[in-house]
Design a protein. Sequence first.
Lengths: 250, 327
Amino acid sequence: MDIVYTLWLRSIKRYLRSKSRIVGSLGMPVFFLLALGFGLNAVVRIPGGTGENYLQFIVPGIVAMSVLFTSVFSGIQIIWDKQFGFLKETLVAPVSRLEIMLGQTLGGATTAVIQGAIILVISLLIGVRFTSLAGFVIAFLFMTLIGICFAAFGIAIASKMEDMHGFQLIMNFVVFPIFGLSGALFPIESLPEWLVPLTLIDPLTYGVEGIRYGLLGTSAIHPLVCLAGIGATTVVMIVVGALLFRKASI
Amino acid sequence: MTAIHVEGLTRRFGDFTAVDAISFDIRKGEIFGLLGPNGAGKTTTISMLSTLLEPTSGRALVSGIDIRADQDGVRRSIGVVFQDQSLDEELTAWENMDFHARLYRIPKNVRDERIGELLRLVELDDRTDSLVKTFSGGMRRRLEIARGLLHEPEVLFLDEPTLGLDPQTRNHLWDYIRNLNRTKGITIILTTHYMDEADRLCDRVAIIDHGKIIALDTPDALKGRVGDDVVTVTTPDAARIATEVTAPWIAGTDHHDGEVTIRLQSAEKHITELIRTFGEREYEVTSVSIRKPTLEDVFLHFTGKTIREEEATGPNRLRMKMMGRRH
């Protein structure tokens, strides 16, 4: 546990020190929140008639987006460690690769949840209201799961990548589709039928719906199904990430 | 007492043999040098001995521990300073040390004290809270050495410790390394492609080329094999001089790129005779110099090439490509 904590601590220190990155990675989610939220608020009516407006509706989606991007990026960051040699320092120490991987994952997840929480605070500031305090706890649970899941996913990818050249490819063809298909920006009930299965195999869908249940009290998928969906994917990602990281060469 | 025992250690990358069945022993408390051009297999050897790379075949014991059977055991007993920098630039000097100390599970009560002590040793105690990205190359190197010593290893690996440093810093580092070796009794194995570094620092040197050890001895003994003195002749007739000039007191000649190296005993006594011979046979000679042999001569003698040429040849370039960015 000491070792996991050591690696976690390093991630947090680095995160808190890179002010420009904190602000920079808030840019896109905040833009989405403001542009889509306010821009489409008047035009879009959420079906089902539970009363929430579009701005309220997408806040959970934008929070999930923020967590998703930050966690994938923090996982992929071990490529930098590889390139700048720091990974060797950890690999030559008498610690297991599993501990290193877990520390890195939890560090990435923590920073991702912080980024998501900042979005939550911003949405409170611009006047979005949520149901209850208990709901926040549920939302944080799902944010944490998304963070762990995709930080591990980032590590799995980074273990297979030589350098940052493939980063753009991963972002455009893997991470954006995961975000786009997840129902972060639209209610999944109103999708054309052929698209629904794609949405349902996207693990982020369960994360987004889980956060939505927490914040708004309603969700298209039952919260326990959400928990099972994102929880199971998280376990799988940790296992896959750990296996690939163990075999990764430096 | 043996600190490192290596037996037929081999590493292949596909068809390519980076390290070819090398064997050697390093005594406890020794400074041992692996000297050779870039791509000769030095870093690959170090990577295997420090458990970062699996050997294809062969066996090695570090502090009596088998590198394959007990990786963690080996890792606990060694410190490694890699050729490429391996510090976290976004952390301070102290935080880098602290990270390392925690990784090696150094108990809290000794951790801080030892970090302070080592930072004083490498004269970085006035910069403990500065971010590493503000450090010069020499400071980073010193910090890495301090970090490598934090868990009090029995064996310290230094892979090209002074690469890219200015002469003054290099001298400074050599003093540190020698001091560490003497005061703490740490066995040091270092790789270098600087002849003077191997010569001045190492108790024994293994010359490695194309993955094979071609000579291993003390620097003095190695130079002794070349001869007591070396006469270098710059001439367009290099090939002819090298084959035609013979005498009982000439131990051997090599010619290379417009230069003949004549190895002999007591050059002062024979130089006039040598020059007379050049005159009689009407060789065109641009310059003649007498000097003591260096490890460069030893390398030339054993490989027929200078170390710089070896670095420029095809197979070595290929080798470096295959092993990634390790130059």
